[in-house]
Design a protein around this ligand. Structure first.
Ligand SMILES: [Mn+2]
Length: 336
């Protein structure tokens, strides 16, 4: 963390700060963003969190979430005002500005000092200061270490601890993914020492399903689930019609892919979703199957080795066929 003293200097006087997170923020993006914002406020900075799009309902309880500006039409002027005024913009849990979607140009054009805090593989630097660590299980884990580096960990209160804890908990699938290390657990333990209520976090994150979401899960398992046994692969495909029939909201298809990966001997799992303007793919794997490379090469995306995403401009049926071709080509990797 060679930039830590530069960050310390940057934050040594009160600043106008905007904290941004990626499009369709998840628990790590929102938790890290809110935790960082709350800590910076304790240091007398003026801080606003702006998200390119809405966060899922189950994260709405996170301290500070109701004050996040979601960059939608009615809020764009407000967001623009904050961005123009900002001395510093933090980019949290995403590697490149394109993950800001509709907000990208606005952020790119500002003269603010950009600081990135992220754990995704990165190509090309856009920030003046960068804290990147692909070995961190979550951006929240890395953020905790940055707080330590800045010597401000004593400012972590219960609210900040819960934000960071949720970031780590969600990105590790409740400490189950291969990215989870002893350090991850140590930092989670410290967050509990700082007051994080893990029963509350579990309640909101893991025991908060709508009946509709479960009804859809039942339907998807029965009618939208394909197992390619010979290739240790399983995937879901979700049609635009399904979205309509089940009135699916952000987050309702989240976690579906984990059911595919939970099947015995499955090494590669996917959810292929027919969205309004494209087909989106969530890819997961276990072991050495490099889904981030496949996402990048075939679906213009990226991510981590065992969890990545991408998109396709083909039809759903064509995308499924392309996906199955990819599986067949990589039989060796998948069945090793
Ligand atoms: Mn993350």
């Amino acid at each position: 963390m060679e930039d830590i003293s530069a960050l310390k200097a940057l934050l040594s006087t009160p600043k106008h700060i905007v904290v941004t997170v990626h499009h369709r923020p998840d628990g790590d993006a929102l938790g890290s963003g809110l935790g960082l914002a709350a800590l910076l406020r304790k240091q007398q900075h003026q801080v606003q969190v702006i998200a390119p799009s809405a966060y899922p309902d189950f994260l709405g309880w996170l301290p500070g979430a109701p004050d996040v500006i979601v960059f939608e039409k009615k809020n764009q002027q407000k967001a623009s005002d904050f961005l123009k005024k900002a001395d510093v913009i933090f980019c949290v849990d995403f590697p490149t500005l394109c993950r800001l979607n509709g907000m990208e140009a606005m952020v790119r054009e500002t003269t603010a000092t950009k600081v990135v805090i992220d754990h995704h593989p990165n190509e090309g630097e856009f920030a003046a200061l960068a804290f990147r660590d692909t070995t961190s299980a979550a951006t929240a884990e890395l953020l905790y270490e940055i707080f330590e580096g800045l010597g401000v960990q004593d400012l972590i209160d219960k609210d900040i601890a819960e934000c960071l804890y949720v970031g780590i908990m969600t990105d590790t699938g409740s400490f189950k993914h291969a990215t989870t290390t002893a350090k991850t657990h140590r930092i989670a333990a410290r967050l509990i020492d700082h007051g994080a209520d893990i029963t509350k976090a579990t309640h909101w994150v893991c025991r908060n399903n709508s009946l509709n979401k479960l009804a859809f899960l039942g339907f998807a398992l029965s009618h939208r689930f394909v197992v390619l046994k010979e290739y240790n692969t399983a995937y879901f495909f979700i049609t635009a019609e399904d979205y309509k029939n089940y009135a699916l909201e952000t987050g309702d298809t989240e976690g579906l892919v984990d059911y595919a990966l939970s099947v015995r001997n499955i090494a590669f799992a996917a959810t292929i979703k027919e969205k309004k303007d494209c087909i989106s793919l969530s890819l997961r794997s276990s072991g050495e199957v490099p889904v981030n490379l496949w996402a990048k090469e075939h679906f213009g995306g990226g991510g981590h080795k065992n969890a990545a995403g991408g998109i396709s401009q083909l039809t759903l049926a064509e995308t499924v066929a392309k996906f199955e071709d990819l599986v067949k080509i990589n039989k060796k990797t998948l069945t090793n």
